[in-house]
Design a binder for this molecule. Sequence first.
Ligand SMILES: Cc1cc2nc3c(=O)[nH]c(=O)nc-3n(C[C@H](O)[C@H](O)[C@H](O)COP(=O)(O)OP(=O)(O)OC[C@H]3O[C@@H](n4cnc5c(N)ncnc54)[C@H](O)[C@@H]3O)c2cc1C
Length: 458
Amino acid sequence: MTDDHTYDVVIIGAGVVGTAIGRQLARYRLRTVMLDRCTDVGMGTSKANTAILHTGFDTRPGSLESALVRRGHELLTAYAGRAGIALEKTGAVLVAWDAEQAVRLDDVVTKSKANGYLRAHRITLEELYRREPALGGGAMGAVVIPDESIICPWSTSIAYATEAVGAGVELRLGVEVTAVTRDADAWLLRTTSGSLRSDWVVNAAGLGSDLLNHQFGHDEFTVAPRRGQLIVFDKMARPLLSSILLPVPTERTKGVLVAPTVYGNVLLGPTAEDVPDRQDTATTAVGIHGLFDAARRILPDLINEEVTATYAGLRAATEHPDYQITTHDREHYACVGGIRSTGLTASLAIAEHVVDGMGAGGLSLAEADHEPAVPHMPQLAERATRAFEDTRMIEDDPAYGHIICFCERVTEGEVRDALRAPVPAVDLGGVRRRTRATNGRCQGFFCGAAVAAQFASG
Ligand SMILES: Cc1cc2nc3c(=O)[nH]c(=O)nc-3n(C[C@H](O)[C@H](O)[C@H](O)COP(=O)(O)OP(=O)(O)OC[C@H]3O[C@@H](n4cnc5c(N)ncnc54)[C@H](O)[C@@H]3O)c2cc1C
């Protein structure tokens, strides 16, 4: 890149929030670029979360997060349907395990109403155990939240980026912004791959958003990474539950939950640990043992099931209990930081809110000639018809009939598509997030060589 690279808007960070903003800006006649230091989109916190599309029933009433989660739930539910992002409305049951938690259940329902979500309601213990017969004994009360859903977090960022790129937004990966200065007309961003100028800058840098915010001359918040470790159980565990099993949340954390995944597995987690290192996504023996202890009470039979994988993600927590979104009109700078535990759900609403703010702050929002086209993402949902069983697809292209990952039943045709997509996989992790290949119980032990060979041959 050279100084000739001049943009109307630069978005720093191509996680689920940055790509959602890129997609939103794609509707306007603007020269926009999304930058990320990683080599794929959605590689920060956006790739390692609990994958729940929240209703916002337990957010802080009156907060920006509450409003954006509620709106984001609505927008992403509709978008997932159009873009073919795997989504299942399983509903959730929030379970009280002691008398102190049981007395708080009415408050949970009241808070939910204050958040504009009216469908949360108490159920009897009889109803609870009828719905979830494998639930541990001793529950003392429960609330049902019918619209909590599970979603594919990987396809979400990729779909947003694909739509933005299709409508002319540039995507530059493997590019880190290292310094920021300003002259009379524009921001000058120094990066690991040259410099660029821009009228407006959006800081959507997740765990690095406060550090960048300092470079823009602001210091409203400091990110304090909060690690969440999770365990993925094999698909054999899936019949143990029908909905998301939630604990009674506290001010600090939503607590440890058990949830199905759209790929047919079961997730247990996350922990909530303050860690000093912004890259510390290690799983630990203490963390994993703590999760098993929690599962012993919630869903005892889960303990006997096979573990497929463990992972950890870092929430961009701050000293404030709300998102840190500010548009500095005169400076042409928008900071979108502190998007802690609900950014996947709220992503489209955050984008709408930020772009509206930039428009009010002077960014010209003249509509482009064409509406961006919604992409059609590969079918990753376990409950839907996948490529290997779709006779029409196989008749048209036999590569969809040739399975190379047997645990997840991923075909040669799907891996090929991932390598040739508008936002393509550039490594085996990218293939995994686009197809599920190597994501199953063998974790690539049997199929890794075949997937790598296809990756190498393009
Ligand atoms: C354990 C856990 C569970 C969660 N569960 C849920 C859930 O169930 N539902 C839900 O809605 N949300 C959940 N979340 C929250 C959600 O994952 C986040 O809110 C969301 O992913 C934040 O997205 P982001 O784009 O802001 O950040 P990120 O995905 O971290 O993206 C920021 C990007 O900025 C890039 N970057 C940083 N600095 C620079 C720089 N200087 N130059 C270039 N690039 C830079 C990074 O590489 C990164 O890709 C969970 C989070 C965790 C950790």
